[in-house]
Design a protein around this ligand. Structure first.
Ligand code: TQI
Ligand code: CA
Ligand code: ZN
Ligand code: ZN
Length: 161
């Protein structure tokens, strides 16, 4: 079953169209993976997403950062327990751990950029972790091909909003 964050933070009704942007220098492979992850959420929820025009401030900003990067949630070493994090709604930060090995699709010893993006965007939208093992919000990284949304993930968004 889906969960929410304490006090149910969520985007206001005026913000059902969200813009996203990337920190300068974000690799193209990561941008493509994140764009696909936003499409997955847009296709199954009332949210729509588009890339922020240059010069405007995006609602959700995506980038790669190593170790302590100034937001109070430092990442750890490669292969450690931490690989990415996202802040719940209105604070739209979504960070990948720069020190991990990242891949497009299933590669042994690396994490799939798109699968992690779908999970982290779920946090950006206000979802906590799910107890349904097949849900993208289940707190275990699925090994294998890129994972998409499960009815439990969609239901969580529907109930929250
Ligand atoms: N980062 C955790 C996560 O995104 C951060 C976290 C822990 C968290 N507890 C939370 C975020 C509660 C929101 C609410 O879940 S992580 C996965 C997993 C991580 C973990 O680096 O541990 C994924 C990042 F576990 F689901 F596989 C991405 Cl997909
Ligand atoms: Ca790490
Ligand atoms: Zn961070
Ligand atoms: Zn999570």
């Amino acid at each position: 079953h889906y969960t929410f964050f304490p006090r149910n933070p969520k985007w206001p009704q005026s913000k059902y169209h969200l813009t996203y942007g990337f920190v300068a220098g974000t690799p193209t492979a990561a941008i493509n993976a994140v764009v696909k992850a936003f499409r997955a959420w847009a296709s199954r929820t009332h949210f729509t997403f588009s890339q922020a025009a240059s010069g405007s401030r995006p609602d959700i900003i995506v980038g790669f950062f190593p170790r302590d990067h100034g937001d109070g949630s430092p990442f750890d070493e490669p292969g450690g327990t931490l690989l990415a994090h996202a802040f719940a709604s209105t604070d739209g930060r979504f960070h990948y751990d720069e020190d991990e090995r990242w891949s497009v699709g299933a590669v042994s010893g690396a994490f799939d950029l798109q699968t992690v993006a779908v999970h982290e965007i779920g946090h950006n939208l206000g979802l906590g972790h799910s107890s349904v093992p097949e849900a993208i919000m289940f707190p275990t990284i699925p090994s294998g091909a890129t994972e998409g949304l499960h009815p439990d993930d969609i239901e969580g968004i529907r109930v929250l909003y």
